[in-house]
Design a protein. Structure first.
Length: 214
């Protein structure tokens, strides 16, 4: 009887050990990690209607280019996928109040040890730290869009024959495993009204993104 109990006990220990190793291996391979709510997003499917964009861009039209999601150098279908779509004034060089609005979408598709959502949040963390370092805490404001979002403004000064100032207003947000950067460019100093327009556009884009959820 004692020998039988010993054999059963050893068998149970082996089963538990094997199960633990299996779970650990599966975790390492990403079996239990979430891939997020979204398949690779085409940024142009997030671009609102012409009527919605009319207050932002004069006589706007979509710029030509391949918006399909693709990896770096477009090598295969694995990995994080990025896509971009732009809507610009026609003819160019007109601000009403913006010359161009742009949507950039990055879909995290990795299934490694971290979930796709955590990868997206980590990517946003890196961007946020760099933005705060360059602009200060007041230059990067949290806003209410999707799960986590910030607004900021970039200024570029070009000096050739004359001084040209370029302002890019951004709202960057995360929803599950997707990072979206909604931006608008103008050559005149923006104010609260322009920032409100970009924030409204970002919220519209976030609503359109949710229709793609799995």
């Amino acid at each position: 009887m004692k020998r039988r109990r010993l054999v059963l006990g050893l068998g149970l220990v082996c089963v538990l050990a094997f199960g633990g190793c299996t779970v650990t291996a599966a975790w390492s391979l990403g079996v239990f990690t979430s891939k997020g709510r979204y398949d690779p997003i085409d940024a142009c499917t997030l671009m609102p209607s012409t009527e919605t964009l009319a207050p932002l861009v004069r006589n706007g039209a979509r710029e030509s280019g391949d918006s399909r999601p693709k990896t770096f150098l477009d090598l295969g279908d694995e990995g994080n996928m990025a896509s971009q779509c732009k809507w610009s004034s026609v003819p160019s060089k007109q601000d009403r109040p913006f010359r161009t609005v742009r949507i950039h979408a990055k879909t995290m598709t990795h299934d490694g040890r971290q979930s796709a959502e955590k990868e997206a949040d980590h990517d946003l963390d890196i961007w946020h730290r760099n933005a705060v370092r360059n602009k200060g805490q007041d230059g990067v404001r949290p806003v209410s869009v999707a799960e986590r979002a910030y607004s900021t403004t970039d200024k570029t000064v070009i000096k050739i024959f004359a001084v040209t100032e370029i302002y890019d207003l951004h709202v960057k947000f995360r929803d599950s495993n997707v990072l979206v950067d909604v931006s608008a460019r103008t050559h005149t100093p923006p104010g609260d009204q322009e920032r409100a327009l970009v924030l409204g556009l970002a919220r519209n884009v976030a609503e359109r993104l949710r229709t793609h959820a799995n």
